[in-house]
Design a protein around this ligand. Sequence first.
Ligand SMILES: [Zn+2]
Length: 133
Amino acid sequence: MNELAQVNRNDLELCLCALSEVLGVCRETADKGELVRRLADYLVPEFDVGVLEPDVRVGDVKAWVIVGDILLIWFGTAENDYPFRATFSRIEQGQWRIVAFEFGCPACFGETVLDGNVCPICTGIGFQNTACV
Ligand SMILES: [Zn+2]
């Protein structure tokens, strides 16, 4: 593995740990003010903690990519492998904040296509957060 690949892998691990930590805190409290305060080091300031789903436990990573200062992780849940996507933004080297937490379309499971056509349920969006429903 080259140096950049190793750095990227380290960033992935950092973000996966952050994601598990954030969801763990969500299971401890539903108080929005407390969540905002306790999760400040993990989320961008404008992030709506209401879109986090406390029942989700991170399972297998399906795919991940770093494009510039954005890191995307597609993962299944530990319970039933239902697809979710988390988006992180790098604020400085080795420092990431969650900017989006989204679930996969229940019809196409985030693939955006159903039977060879653009999915009619999500209209090809694939992933969205609970605030969009
Ligand atoms: Zn769909």
